[in-house]
Design a protein around this ligand. Structure first.
Ligand code: BGC
Length: 476
């Protein structure tokens, strides 16, 4: 059976021995199916939210930030020199040094650091002291403490930028909730932390989102690349927009023809426009999350939440007597125990459900599992995968529609995209149906937030020489 938008029976309900169970399963899970009309409606709403997000005086508040990144040009291949990047967005942070040159053979130097929960949830000043220490440790380990280097700061949270090197954190997302940072400029806080140390000399020349890093890295590899997308712990996209379409951009930007816009689609629907697709399962995922009531769209499918969504559904079906003889296990009823990587494993099963069985064993569920249970679990996982693919395609198609070039490469990164065995194929199918006239390809672009950030630092350094308008003069 083909995964077409108008195929309302995909994925197919499993044939079970017990028909009453089948009917009950249909009643409890049909809310997760999005028919073609609904997907097209999501697409139209997203388009309107984008328009409002770029408007100067919108008739109502859009849920999309549509933030200006102040990056007015893509790499042109002439980037040359050593650049550093600091990448914060998940439970690990990284410090990177790239050597950009025409030959581009060298692998970047990278050091990973765990960002402990007490740092992610503790006071902002401590978080930035921690980051400055990571930069120091990296420089020391690589014997470059005596060097003065430009650094690009990948900060993968919603920001309103005022310049390429100045932003204001709008809200925390994912697993961060550090007080004293929302409403502040992360560049300033990082510079202050660096100054407090007095033992490193780096210049934070740019702040960027991971989608932006991915787009820039993609454009470095493929000149058709004008969209960056992250399907990882969180989700988001950015794209190259015509400067004259950004009505809200009041600053003097004469001569700038295009600029990268960070959509921040994780928050799509925070104003209620997507409530018609919200299920009780989604409401529960939200209620179980760190930042309740925000990032509605991201919570439908991103890596931080998709496993939890599956768990919530499976737990409910168990309580309804549809799975595991109604018994379940402690682990199944424990919040966040079912990670999104398990979705990829289950989707990776071919004819024999080897991975599914192994997971059930790990969840102490195998002894109460029937063959029907296995079919149901696989079905649920397909259902939420297909819903994820349709939602992402609805939004991606709008970004593609805005591209004026004859073909577009979408640079994609993130663990969900990388490890899910079917997501890529479904995204390509649904998106092609939504924008039949657009030629596009999805290109896995790893390390955008590392190498891409180094490239942004290089572009920033180049631009500093002649285009001051996109910088805040707060060096030092
Ligand atoms: C953040 C975005 C980021 C995305 C992917 C979201 O939670 O708001 O800024 O791009 O996660 O990391």
């Amino acid at each position: 059976m083909k995964p077409l938008l108008n195929n309302d029976e995909f994925p197919k309900l499993p044939a079970l021995d017990d028909t009453t169970k089948m009917n009950k399963l249909t009643t409890l899970t049909d809310c997760l199916r999005l028919n073609e009309e609904t997907v097209r409606k999501v697409q139209q709403i997203f388009e309107e939210e984008m328009r409002l997000g770029l408007a100067k005086n919108p008739s109502r508040q859009s849920s999309l930030l549509m933030a200006n990144t102040y990056i007015p040009e893509l790499p042109d291949g002439s980037e040359d020199g050593y650049f550093m990047a600091l990448d914060l967005g998940g439970t690990h942070c990284r410090v990177i040094m790239v050597h950009l040159n025409k030959a581009n053979k060298e692998e970047p130097l990278v050091k990973y650091f765990d960002v402990p929960q007490n740092v992610r949830l503790g006071p902002g000043v401590k978080l930035f002291d921690f980051l400055a220490k990571c930069v120091y440790d990296f420089m020391k380990a690589n014997d470059i403490l005596s060097k003065s280097l430009p650094i690009g700061f990948t900060f993968s949270f919603p920001m309103l930028q005022k310049a390429l090197n100045e932003g204001i954190l709008v809200t925390w997302t994912k697993s961060f909730n550090s007080p004293g940072v929302v409403g502040q400029d992360p560049v300033k806080m990082l510079k202050e932390a660096i100054k407090r140390r007095e033992d490193i000399d780096v210049d934070v020349v740019a702040i960027l989102n991971d989608t932006t890093g991915t787009l820039i890295q993609g454009a470095y590899l493929d000149h058709h690349c004008t969209i960056g997308m992250i399907l990882g712990t969180g989700s988001n996209a950015c794209y190259v927009e015509r400067a004259d379409r950004i009505e809200k951009w009041e600053e003097n930007h004469a001569g700038v023809k295009e600029v990268i816009i960070d959509v921040e689609w994780g928050a799509f629907g925070d104003n209620g426009v997507l409530d018609f697709i919200r299920t009780d399962y989604d409401r529960q995922v939200d209620a179980n999350s760190l930042l309740v009531g925000s990032f509605t769209f991201e919570k439908y499918f991103s890596g931080k939440y998709m496993g939890e969504l599956a768990r919530v559904i499976l737990a409910h079906l168990t309580h309804q007597g549809i799975l595991f003889e109604g018994k379940g296990s402690k682990k199944l009823f424990t919040k966040d125990s079912f990670t999104t990587s398990l979705i990829s494993h289950i989707e990776g099963d071919q004819m024999e459900p080897v991975n599914t069985r192994a997971i059930l064993e790990e969840f102490d569920l195998l002894m109460n599992t029937s063959d029907d249970d296995i079919k149901i679990i696989r079905y649920i996982v397909h259902l939420i995968t297909v819903r994820a693919a349709k939602l992402v395609s609805a939004c991606l198609s709008c970004l593609l529609n805005r591209q004026t070039r004859s073909e577009t490469t979408v640079a994609v990164d993130g663990s969900l995209y990388k490890f899910h065995p079917r997501l890529h194929e479904l995204l390509v199918k649904y998106t092609s149906e939504l924008v039949p006239n657009k030629k596009f390809k999805l290109m896995l672009t790893e390390d955008g937030s590392g190498k891409g950030a180094g490239l942004v630092a290089a572009i920033a350094t180049r631009l500093m020489r002649y285009n001051k308008q996109i910088f805040t003069d707060s060096r030092g």
